[in-house]
Design a protein around this ligand. Structure first.
Ligand code: SF4
Length: 500
């Protein structure tokens, strides 16, 4: 076959990012598993099957952030002939001697988000996401043609200080500066190793050209709550105009997506002003999306404080979406982070606003009661080992989780990781050797909670999934195996001992 000249700018990622996840984006969590825990083909078949490829080798679906960068490049004057969102299995159709830039979007390229917990519990080497990312960097065509490799996306910070084959680390928003950076690279001008992209206005966030994985549609960026460990906290809160959001929904539906996830750091902050959610705007948004006819609608993230501030708004959203009628549930990622009001005051003083921070455990419990009544499934994160956390603080978190154990959901205990450019960016991350018996008890409790609810979550989640009966049967089998294999670690941790 004659060699392709290649596209000037190739946007891509590895298969843990460029996957349909069988229509169930939560399956993507499996990418944090150690790559020796499962044979590669089973991982690919069950958890991260690649997105469909078009005849020219481009990806039919891509992460939302990559689609935004593609749209920004096209709006900045690059032509379709120069820019391609390439399928990772078909890079031979994209990368050639003319390729100057390979832009990789990643959420967790080095597997730093949860790798230490997983390594401690299961062992068995590096996670799939790191393995696949490093494989992509070693792709023969990248080695042969030596385009400049630029890593961007939420996880780009993980590559800082790592000895990997990356020419530039792009932190921040792509729409602002990435097109100009590309021009400079193509023009052989000097470009720093670390680039910090400026934030753009909500109106300037472009409309995607093709479908996104999971049907993710961005409604806004940033968060005003300012938690010290969090990177969205460093970005000003902005929202996109309704028409642009609907245009992204239409692009997805026209490309065959059936499910839509409205993405922001807090759905109920859409149009936030005068210290409260803008009820009218939120209901207008949900009604307008519903009218376009997706099979299901979800929101990516919620602030529990916003839910607590106006529970009737969540009920109204449920009614418009048709939970219990048109779809069996809605889901959202939430941040509980801790049960200790002392730690909240220290690192997350705005977490509960406008409610009082001392009521945090009660706020969380009230929200879970509401979620259960309205069939919303929370995927909650906890942060363990924040600076100055004591055994008493951890016990408070354990008591809170204990009080939620009958509510269906997932509970993800994450060791505190220092993310570059956050308020706690200079502090040491939390590691196995720092863990107190109380930390292990909490991780054990979360594992017990997850194993208990996983089967129900799988059955509820099926309505979004495109997988056939064989994949579902295999997932059920893995579920049973996980029950069996992980229970010994769970028992040890619940006694306050490390898992192994
Ligand atoms: S509320 Fe969530 S998104 Fe906002 S700063 Fe805190 S952790 Fe980050």
């Amino acid at each position: 076959m004659p060699q392709m000249p290649g596209k000037k700018i190739v946007l891509t990622s590895d298969t843990t990012m460029m996957s349909s996840y069988h229509g169930g984006v939560m399956l993507g969590f499996a990418a944090i598993m150690p790559s020796r825990a499962l044979p590669d083909w089973i991982f690919r078949k069950l958890f991260c099957p690649p997105v469909a490829a078009a005849a020219d080798g481009s990806a039919e679906m891509a992460p939302c952030g990559m689609r935004k960068v593609e749209a920004a490049l096209l709006e900045a004057g690059f032509s379709r002939e120069e820019v391609m969102v390439a399928h990772p299995d078909h890079l031979d159709r994209a990368i050639g001697p003319e390729t100057k830039i390979v832009g990789i979007t990643h959420d967790d390229p080095m597997g730093k988000i949860a790798v230490r917990e997983v390594e401690d519990i299961i062992g068995r080497g590096p996670p799939f996401n790191r393995t696949k990312f490093l494989e992509l960097l070693r792709h023969p065509l990248i080695r042969e043609h030596r385009p400049k490799v630029v890593i961007g996306g939420n996880g780009a910070w993980e590559v800082m200080g790592e000895d990997v084959f990356v020419d530039h680390i792009y932190l921040g928003e792509g729409e602002s500066d990435f097109p100009e950076i590309c021009r400079k690279i193509i023009g052989k001008e000097s470009v720093p190793l670390v680039i910090r992209g400026k934030a753009v206005l909500g109106e300037a966030i472009p409309v995607n050209r093709k479908a996104t994985i999971g049907g993710i549609v961005e409604i806004g960026r940033g968060c005003w709550r300012g938690c010290a460990f969090c990177s969205p906290a460093m970005r000003t809160l902005r929202h996109r105009p309704l028409e642009k959001i609907l245009a992204d929904v239409r692009v997805n539906l026209a490309s065959g997506q059936r499910d839509i996830i409205l993405h922001s750091e807090d759905f109920f902050s859409y149009g936030y002003r005068d210290g409260k959610p803008d009820e009218k705007k939120i209901l207008e948004l949900v009604s307008a999306v519903k009218q376009l006819g997706p099979k299901t609608i979800d929101v990516s993230h919620l602030s529990l404080a916003s839910v607590h501030q106006n529970p009737e708004l969540l009920r109204a959203v449920s009614r418009i979406v048709g939970v219990g009628r048109d779809q069996n549930h809605m889901s959202a990622w939430i941040g509980i982070e801790t049960g200790s009001c002392r730690i909240l005051k220290m690192h997350m003083p705005n977490k509960a606003r406008p409610a009082k921070i001392d009521n945090w455990p009660e706020i969380v419990r009230n929200c879970y009661r509401l979620f259960a009544e309205e069939s919303w499934l929370p995927v909650a994160s906890l942060v363990l080992g924040l600076p100055e956390e004591t055994a008493e603080d951890v016990i408070k978190t354990t008591e809170l989780v204990e009080s939620l154990k009958d509510y269906t959901g997932l509970m993800l205990p994450l060791f505190f990781t220092t993310i570059a450019d956050t308020k706690l960016g200079g502090r040491k991350g939390f590691a196995r050797e720092d863990a107190l018996p109380e930390h292990w008890q909490l991780v054990g409790l979360c594992l017990e909670y997850n194993l208990r609810h996983l089967k129900k979550l799988h059955s509820l989640y099926r309505e979004r999934m495109t997988a056939g009966p064989v994949v579902h049967a295999a997932l059920k089998g893995i579920n049973l195996m996980a029950d069996h294999l992980l229970s010994k670690y769970m028992k040890r941790m619940k006694r306050g001992e490390p898992p192994n």
